[in-house]
Design a protein around this ligand. Structure first.
Ligand SMILES: C[S@@+](CC[C@H](N)C(=O)[O-])C[C@H]1O[C@@H](n2cnc3c(N)ncnc32)[C@H](O)[C@@H]1O
Length: 292
């Protein structure tokens, strides 16, 4: 048997209380806890806690932690995380960043900002055009104005959050819908020595109390797909500071105009498009100056 999830639904206040309690009881031991708004109109929230090994779970303790909100249990299938990421084991260079595995530490040059990520876990080894595009865009934004903080939404391996933390040495919130990715992200953040700057949280879109603690963001980075990026446009804009920058990727060239339109409606201006293979990375900004 593999991973298991326990979850309960309620209105916002009890859900937030439960989220805090589950995080205190299980979060420290590495069991991801998630709070998700599942029905905005009905203001219905779902709180989940995930355990790696179903057999090892103390179910009585879990039920006690949920209290009055009796949890449902869901056994999760084993997922093939390798599929997307085994693109290659070679180091990838994007601007000053060198993304590499432990076996390639000797390839790091004195001026490189090295990001050590092992292939084979969450998405994001730098081999994908979208990740490399975001790394280049992060470097150009940080060079221009060193944002006070950042959000990496859909962090995967945390490669982009680590890049921002290493370059800007400023706080970054790294979130992902997938609790397994967040467990991998935490480990990578620690291994790259940037735990002081990076906070990780499991969240669907903007559904976590962590956003309230960190927003507004001076830089929002989201490498997901065109569909969710368009849906998230109003919330990205709402969580962005008055002169903030946005880096979006996971967009095919033919989807570029639709994504741009969704963000223009929210008052954002296009600054630059980077093209890597069939993928584009968009840099947008709140400030009209410098926009094209
Ligand atoms: C293409 S990977 C990007 C990983 C990494 N940021 C990079 O650039 O290499 C997209 C990630 O977004 C996550 N994701 C997808 N939809 C999401 C959503 N609505 N909210 C948060 N994360 C999401 C996925 O689980 C996945 O880890």
């Amino acid at each position: 048997m593999g991973q298991v999830r326990y979850y309960a639904r309620s209105s916002r206040a009890p859900a937030e209380t439960l989220y805090g309690r589950l995080d205190a009881w299980f979060g420290e031991d590495g069991s991801p806890v998630a709070l998700t708004e599942i029905d905005e109109k009905a203001a219905l929230f779902e709180v989940s806690v995930y355990f790696e090994e179903a057999e090892a779970v103390d179910e009585a303790a879990v039920r006690e932690a949920f209290g009055d909100l009796a949890p449902e249990r869901e056994d999760l299938p084993d997922i093939d995380w390798m599929a997307e990421v085994l693109a290659g084991l070679k180091p990838v260079r994007a601007g000053r960043f060198l993304v590499h595995g432990a076996h390639d530490r000797d390839k790091v040059l004195p001026n490189d900002l090295s990001i050590e990520i092992e292939a084979g876990q969450a998405f994001g080894t730098g081999h994908h055009g979208t990740t490399a595009g975001c790394l280049s865009a992060i470097e150009s934004v940080v060079r221009r104005r060193r944002p006070r903080n950042a959000l990496d939404l859909g962090t995967g391996s945390a490669v982009l959050a680590i890049a921002f933390a290493k370059l800007a040495r400023r706080p970054v919130l790294a979130t992902d819908i997938d609790p397994v990715a967040i467990a991998v992200a935490r480990e990578n953040v620690r291994a790259n020595g940037v735990s002081r700057h990076v906070e990780t949280a499991t969240a669907t879109g903007f559904g976590s109390p962590a956003f309230r603690r960190h927003a507004p963001f001076d830089l929002v980075i989201a490498n997901i797909l065109a569909g969710p990026l368009m849906q998230l446009a109003p919330q990205v804009a709402r969580h962005l500071s008055d002169d903030g920058d946005v880096i979006l990727s996971g967009i095919l060239e033919r989807q570029r105009e639709a994504v741009l339109a969704a963000y223009r409606i929210q008052g954002l201006f296009h600054r630059r498009t980077l093209l890597r293979g069939e993928w584009v990375t968009l840099h947008l900004c709140r400030n009209r100056v410098g926009a094209v």
